[in-house]
Design a protein around this ligand. Structure first.
Ligand code: GLU
Length: 428
């Protein structure tokens, strides 16, 4: 089938939600998705929007806007991250919630899809304020979350500390059962988190990349890569790639762009970023102002681990990587994707490349519910097994039907959801 852009508006609006909906519509039509399943899947089941007041350190009160979008719970409880960022909007979380449904179905997890967040910048607040905002948000969500109903996790702007606060608040409000800890995943190990959760998304992206390189007969030793975003996902992906013998030559984040053909040390950069909250100043002599130099850097692999809609029709032509790995959600617009595929640049799509995070979230949930804890080696082995199974399935469909890896991932995911819907029926 054709990889032409689905619609011109998608590109100009550059809206994640529109992009996800267009891709869903395109693939639903392609597989002739059952009409009622198509209708159900095209909208979230519930959209929770709340405003809640929080006391600031200076004694004043500020009103915050929070969201939880529950897209689908056919396969199991709603599951997905909480994003704390000034860019959070209803459309953004709706798009990301649908991606979670598709991602969990593709990973064959007994979980549905959701996403939520608060529209604010945690970096503008003290740790005490962030704690009160998180706890007040959890209270406002009330029974809209729960260990058997909807299970949040970290996403952009949140981490294990925020999940610990959410779990503690929920536990104080409603805690009666041993599995209450499973109300959120991505907690610190001390508070019931799983070992290997923090690195899971980044490592998972690299496990997919490794499989792709094997398929090409390309040894990773001696290859180069660039990375956009050096947060949790980007830094762990870079660490794993370095371990496998690849060299980081270009990195961009919200503070700067760094290009160094001699290679950038991941451990040193990670330590620096931890302290300075960005890459700016790490190697001032190698910083460049022109971001196009980052996009056009000659590398084997480009890992996108930051925001959505970063590769558009405007910069797609610059890319000279052989493979793009979407560690972030929705980083390549539909219009840009058509251009890249035409140039022979392949893309491991978000719902496959970044599924490692939710896979280990699922492991954490299982461990919490059974009050048992697995070793790092067990988590890693189980993660690899699930990821590689999904990767191989996607590649097999892509080769057989001569469609892109993203289209194949949507086909596999939608067919799985459809088969369950058709067996269960729509009640009453
Ligand atoms: N926020 C992550 C994602 O987009 C993880 C979700 C989870 O672990 O539930 O996949």
């Amino acid at each position: 089938m054709s990889n032409e852009p689905v619609s011109a508006e998608t590109e100009s609006a550059m809206k994640l939600y529109q992009g996800v909906c267009d891709r869903f519509e395109q693939m639903a039509t392609y597989i002739k998705l059952d009409e009622k399943v198509h209708a159900i899947m095209s909208q979230p089941k519930a959209e929770v929007m709340i405003h809640f007041p929080v006391k600031m350190d200076d004694g004043s009160y500020q009103l915050f806007k929070g969201y939880r979008i529950q897209h689908n719970n056919l396969l199991g409880p709603y599951k997905g991250g909480m994003r704390f960022s000034p860019e959070v909007s209803l459309d953004e979380v709706k798009g990301l919630a649908m991606l979670m449904t598709l991602k969990c179905a593709l990973a064959k997890l007994p979980l549905g899809g959701a996403k939520g967040g608060i529209k604010y910048n945690p970096n503008d607040h003290s740790p005490e304020e962030n704690q009160r905002i998180t706890r007040r948000f959890t209270i406002a969500l009330g029974h809209n979350i729960g260990p058997s109903y909807d299970i949040p996790a970290p996403d952009m702007g949140t981490n294990a500390q925020y999940m610990d606060w959410m779990m503690d608040t929920y536990h104080n409000l409603y805690g009666r059962k041993i599995e209450d800890k499973a109300v959120v995943t991505g907690k610190s190990v001390a508070c019931g988190g799983s070992v290997g959760r923090a690195s899971a998304t980044g490592f998972g992206a690299v496990y997919c990349l490794e499989e792709w390189a094997k398929g090409q007969g390309m040894p990773l030793k001696g290859t180069t890569f660039s990375i956009q975003g050096f947060g949790n996902v980007g830094s762990h992906a870079a660490q794993k790639l370095e371990e496998l013998g690849a060299t980081l030559v270009a990195v961009n984040d919200h503070t700067a762009t760094l290009i160094n053909p001699d290679g950038i040390s991941i451990a040193e950069l990670a330590d620096y970023v931890m302290e300075h909250r960005g890459i700016k100043g790490f190697q001032p002599e190698n910083e460049v102002d022109d971001i196009d130099r980052f996009w056009s850097q000659h590398v084997e692999f480009m890992v996108l681990a930051a925001l959505e809609n970063v590769i558009t029709r405007e910069n797609a032509d610059l890319i000279r990587a052989k493979l793009i790995v979407e560690g972030a959600n929705g980083p390549v617009t539909t219009g840009a994707e058509a251009m890249l595929l035409k140039k022979g640049i392949q893309i491991i799509p978000d719902i496959l490349a970044n599924m490692g995070g939710v896979i280990v979230s699922y492991f954490e949930w299982v461990q919490n519910r059974n009050s048992e804890y697995w070793s790092a080696a067990t988590v890693d082995e189980k993660l690899r097994e699930k990821l590689i199974a999904a990767y191989r399935q996607v590649v097999a469909i892509s080769e057989e039907e001569k469609i892109s890896m993203r289209q194949a991932a949507y086909v596999e995911s939608l067919k799985h959801l459809e088969s369950v819907y058709l067996k269960r029926g729509v009640w009453p």
